[in-house]
Each structure stands twice: as C-alpha cells, then as structure tokens.
Write a protein of this length. Structure first.
Length: 235
C-alpha cells in the first residue's frame, strides 16, 4: 500500500512539474514583447481597458496604455498594436492603417478606415446587441484557439458584439451565431489583400469585443482573445 501511495505521489509531482514547465514556457514566449494598447484615456470605459492591460501583463507582455490623441508614429517601436473600441473612431480614423507591425482591434467603426472592410455602415461593419454565441467556422486555424467547430458561447450574458465583412484575403474564423454574414473574428496575413486592394502591412485581426465586455468573456471567449493576440504576433 505504501509503495502504491508513493507511486501516486511521484505521478502527481511529475504532473505538477509539467504544468510549471508549460507555464514557464508561456511566460518566456511573451517576455520582451511590447504591446501598445490604444484607448481613449478620458473615456468612461477606461477601467475595462485597464483590465485588458492587466490580463496581458499577467501573460508576460509589457503593455503601454496609450491615448488615441498621442502620435501614431510611436507604434513602430512596439511588437503589437491593439486598438480598443473605447477610442473615438471619428477622431482616430486611419491613423494606424499603415502601421508596419501586427495589429488587433475590436472597433468596427475603424475597419473601413483601416482598409479591413468595405465602407458601408451596418452593411460592411457594425455592432449587434444582445449576443452571447459565435459560430466557429474555421476550427483548424490557430485563431480558433483549438476549439471545435460549431456554436460556442463566448459571453456569460448577452452583450453587444462588433463585426465586419472582410476582404477576399481574410481568414474567416467565426461569425455571429444567428447571422453568418456578420464576421466576428477574422485575420489577414501580412501582404494579404484586404479591401479596396489594400495589402496588409503586417498581420491584422478583428475581434468581436465591445467597450465593456472583456470581463463578460467565458473561458472559451478568453481563449479566443488570447489566440488573437498570439496569432497577430506570429507566436
């Protein structure tokens, strides 16, 4: 009996060592990666951007919270640019369109200015209220975070989701569960054709979040968020 208990303890110790190794590798992969998180610092939703900053920092990234009214040229000094939907899109417009580093956004009103979708509001891009599920259509892609194809609950409770209709060069990952014409997650490889024959200067990702929905993500939604960041960085 003592021998059996000793064997079980050894197995548990080995399992714990494996978990620690995986965690260490994950942090090491993020170490040294600098993220520019562009927000509207005077906006009412800043606390939600700070939660995203804390989440990315916990994953090992160095995250700079950057006001949208500061010079966009600073982006070239970072490994990744993240454009929050808390920005005032009519003021930011295409300031980061030609940024030569990877970029992730969940502001649908910027998609046309970034060349990531067409220009017709509510047709080529928009926001839909009271959603909680996506239809995952491209499960083998790394942006799908290893989740199986089909309906996946990404919000704990119904909340708004941003969406767009990407150009022909995009990898479509997920659509709104009840409206497959509205794409909730898509990505462009560097050099891929976006819209209006615009070529992606680096990887580009559209995600479905809204201003105050990050802490409403389910575990599956959080996996998709992390996958969006990791894929954009080509990690």
């Amino acid at each position: 009996m003592a021998t059996k208990n000793s064997f079980i303890r050894n197995l548990a110790a080995i399992a714990l060592l494996c978990l620690c190794a995986i965690s260490t590798q994950a942090v090491a992969a993020s170490h040294g990666k600098n993220v520019l998180l562009v927000v509207r610092k005077e906006g009412k939703s800043l606390a939600y951007d700070q939660k995203i900053q804390q989440h990315l920092t916990a994953r090992g990234f160095t995250v700079t919270l950057y006001d949208q009214y500061q010079p966009a040229a600073k982006a070239k000094d970072f490994d990744l640019v993240v454009l929050s939907s808390t920005v005032r899109s009519r003021d930011l417009l295409g300031a980061y369109r030609d940024t030569p580093v990877p970029l992730v956004t969940w502001e649908s009103d910027l998609l046309d200015d970034m060349g990531m979708s067409g220009k017709r509001p509510d047709t080529d891009f928009g926001k839909t209220d009271k959603q909680h599920a996506l239809w995952l259509v491209n499960a083998p892609h790394p942006l799908a975070a290893g989740l199986p194809a089909g309906i996946v609950n990404v919000y704990v409770k119904n909340a708004p989701m941003n969406w767009g209709k990407p150009g022909l060069g995009a990898s479509i990952i997920a659509t709104l569960a009840r409206d497959p014409e509205k794409v909730a997650i898509f990505g462009y490889e560097k050099g891929a054709t976006m819209d209006y024959e615009t070529l992606a200067p680096a990887r580009r990702v559209m995600f479905f979040l809204d201003n105050e929905t990050f802490d409403n993500l389910t575990p599956e939604g959080c996996k998709l968020f992390d996958a969006a960041i990791d894929w954009a960085l080509a990690r």
